[in-house]
Design a protein around this ligand. Sequence first.
Ligand SMILES: Nc1ncnc2c1ncn2[C@@H]1O[C@H](COP(=O)(O)OP(=O)(O)OP(=O)(O)O)[C@@H](O)[C@H]1O
Ligand SMILES: Nc1ncnc2c1ncn2[C@@H]1O[C@H](COP(=O)(O)OP(=O)(O)OP(=O)(O)O)[C@@H](O)[C@H]1O
Ligand SMILES: [Mg+2]
Ligand SMILES: [Mg+2]
Lengths: 248, 248
Amino acid sequence: MKKISVFANQKGGVGKTTCAVNVGFELARRGRSVLLIDMDPQANMTTWCGQDPDSFDATIYDVLKGTSNIDDIKVKVKEKVHLAPSNILLASIEREIFAAIGYERRLKKAIQEITENFNHILIDCPPSLGTLTVNGLVASDEVYIAVACEHLSVIGTNKLLETIDAVRDNYNAGLEIGRVIPTMFTNTVLAGEMVKQLSTFFGDTLAKTKIRRNVKIGESSAMGQSIMEYDLQSIGAQDFISLVEEII
Amino acid sequence: MKKISVFANQKGGVGKTTCAVNVGFELARRGRSVLLIDMDPQANMTTWCGQDPDSFDATIYDVLKGTSNIDDIKVKVKEKVHLAPSNILLASIEREIFAAIGYERRLKKAIQEITENFNHILIDCPPSLGTLTVNGLVASDEVYIAVACEHLSVIGTNKLLETIDAVRDNYNAGLEIGRVIPTMFTNTVLAGEMVKQLSTFFGDTLAKTKIRRNVKIGESSAMGQSIMEYDLQSIGAQDFISLVEEII
Ligand SMILES: Nc1ncnc2c1ncn2[C@@H]1O[C@H](COP(=O)(O)OP(=O)(O)OP(=O)(O)O)[C@@H](O)[C@H]1O
Ligand SMILES: Nc1ncnc2c1ncn2[C@@H]1O[C@H](COP(=O)(O)OP(=O)(O)OP(=O)(O)O)[C@@H](O)[C@H]1O
Ligand SMILES: [Mg+2]
Ligand SMILES: [Mg+2]
């Protein structure tokens, strides 16, 4: 696994935040130091870490505007896990910075200025291909694409690949696809068919581990815990442990 | 049910498109004339209607830019159902029009110019609170809020209400909340708890009908059909029929 990873997909509700948080917490459980960066105005990653998005004086919004830096905004949320939080103010950043030269590299520059040496930096993106996701892709070494094993999710992946190609050609030649992660897998004909399509399209880039649909995963987010912390015996925990072992 | 309805929620994957398409198709099955407007660059509504988003010379993008109108771009997709399609070009509209005076009323004006008299116009929004969703809210008589019976979805509803209030105060005083629709309902403690929270928060605005999680709903989108057309005996079909009976 590389140092800076971004979790992206413009399709909504496919498990981007769920993957970023659970992979991050599991890496920390294994002794690695982790920085989570929430680039989504919905601030689901921030909430999942037990933080109130409206309680911060400065968030990643201020970092992208250039009035703060990640060292100043980061909070420790767990042993070996820090968070660069976000809140709804981030929703207006697209209009505020996109006309500026180099707007797409603001996150990359902000990460370069971090003084602490984290083993892993995981970036969560909103469900769009706009400025925030582009900043995430430009700043990263690899991208993880969560794709729900459902029709509407699978058909949207080619637009994401086009955006990744454009970012690679213009701003970040080294950007690789870490894995395509099949999520919300169920033992149905449809899900099986979707995995087949993903496998044909992505080959070895498709993770061998499928994240199965598991109600405990939804429960764990309500408790602000990873699925491993919430219920280590659950299929959700088994799936994320096997995913992390596959990508480490 | 009012004439112009928008399906909005910045949380991704909660069933906005699923509700808009199934309500639209069911209204048409009952003899009403329906126009579906796809305001999402992902164009899931367009795909669900059996259309290839990349096959159109002009889409809702061109209408919002002012170089086309809905009469010219609409296509008939089924008996009594027309579609104003979208495609990925729509993703750049935010940057292209937001500086213009009155950018938020472009869809409203475009709908006023439609010559055909539809009984219902249903608008699908992307998972964000940006220009496209604002245009949808400004253009509508009522908003339907699909909320998945999951923690991350339920906590995001207050930000959407703030946006609805702001639109009501500035651009569309008559905008009402048609219903909050609980989706992806399962017989679990978590889902039951989420419905209780929604009921406390929304009272009678919460639909009595819950859309239960049903794999056939995902299958129906892959077939380009409503759940009623795909499998009238399924729980998905029963739920959408009872939802339409509740809101008509
Ligand atoms: N494997 C799973 N089993 C059951 N529920 C899941 C699973 N993965 C995610 N969820 C639930 O599905 C919902 C969507 O997941 P999540 O919010 O992580 O997706 P997302 O892609 O980050 O969404 P958004 O596009 O809004 O950012 C959440 O309520 C989450 O708890
Ligand atoms: N009641 C349900 N039971 C099972 N699957 C469902 C149900 N409702 C929606 N789905 C599936 O869940 C996924 C998300 O639904 P949908 O795409 O309608 O949500 P959305 O809010 O429009 O997403 P986006 O935020 O990306 O626009 C789709 O694959 C859809 O087929
Ligand atoms: Mg998310
Ligand atoms: Mg949708």
